[in-house]
Design a protein around this ligand. Sequence first.
Ligand code: TDX
Length: 339
Amino acid sequence: MTVIVTGGAGFIGSNFIFYMLDKYPDYRIVCLDKLTYAGNLSTLSTVLDRSNFRFEKLDICDREGVYKLFEEESPDIVVNFAAESHVDRSIEDPSVFLNTNIIGTSVLMDACRKYGIIRFHQISTDEVYGDLPIDRPDLFFTEQTPLHTSSPYSASKASADLLVMSYHRTYGLPVTISRCSNNYGPYHFPEKLIPLMIANCLSNKPLPVYGQGLNIRDWLYVEDHCRAVDLIIHKGRVGEVYNVGGHNEMMNIDIVKLICKELNKPESLITFVTDRKGHDMRYAIDPTKIYNELGWRPETSFEQGIKKTINWYLDNRTWWEEIISGDYKNYYDRMYSNR
Ligand code: TDX
């Protein structure tokens, strides 16, 4: 079995590659990644030499390059993790999100049609459903919840989902989609809430909490997400959407306080800054379908997961310190100075 993993040098994609190489030593894993700011080849350094692994620096929008790779590798399964994923960046400049997330997905699916595959799996997000009110803890996103996006990022992901479903209906492409809640864990890019707060704590820098920090996210340890994708690509029903989440809702401010506590840093580092435009209040996934159909359950509690994650950032300082000192520094100054 040959599996193409796009965006495999990014956070969730790289974790998925490690998971697959470990679980299926007889599979061939081909990573296709453009190595944007969020992709880091050093993340894959431990697997680059494996005989059943190939890395190809490629943009999913590059039709010729993608077709050539499909011709060479004849993949059975394609899992599309490649995406621009940071909401704040999409508010600054939507265009690259539309290109990569929508056009890129269509190029990949055209290649799937041309060369034939047994499964195209699209990694989507709970953000396509919009948000839920804070005072209605009884409400959850199901697979039937209408798409109702807030940011250019989520609109681009919802557009891609619609396109994926249209390729299934129109061309009979064997597709599945997963919509997962917020992931956290090793190799999470430090522009996102949890790694940013860990990195800032460790450097005794202010912890910028948007608005009052009352927004709620539903957190899932990245390895649990990888297991869900593995189950869906092997056992999920074609043409179906699966929500993935572990009923672990937390307020941003509580997460930041927890990180301060774990790292023994004063809460006085917390700084409330101007809110994100169009900021979604609450995400909460109803994972009943994947529980019942595929028997998936999250295995890592948030208590264990956050400890593992913090320890990973303590043990892998070079990985994130290099990122923070490079181009990313310009982004950080642009985004947070005068906020
Ligand atoms: O500095 C910050 N301060 C802050 O208060 C940052 C970076 C974030 N926040 C808040 C905004 C959100 O309410 O924390 C929450 C989490 O923010 P992000 O880490 O940017 O994630 P989110 O916007 O929830 O989106 C994430 O989950 C869904 C991923 O980035 C998406 O790619 C995924 O689809």
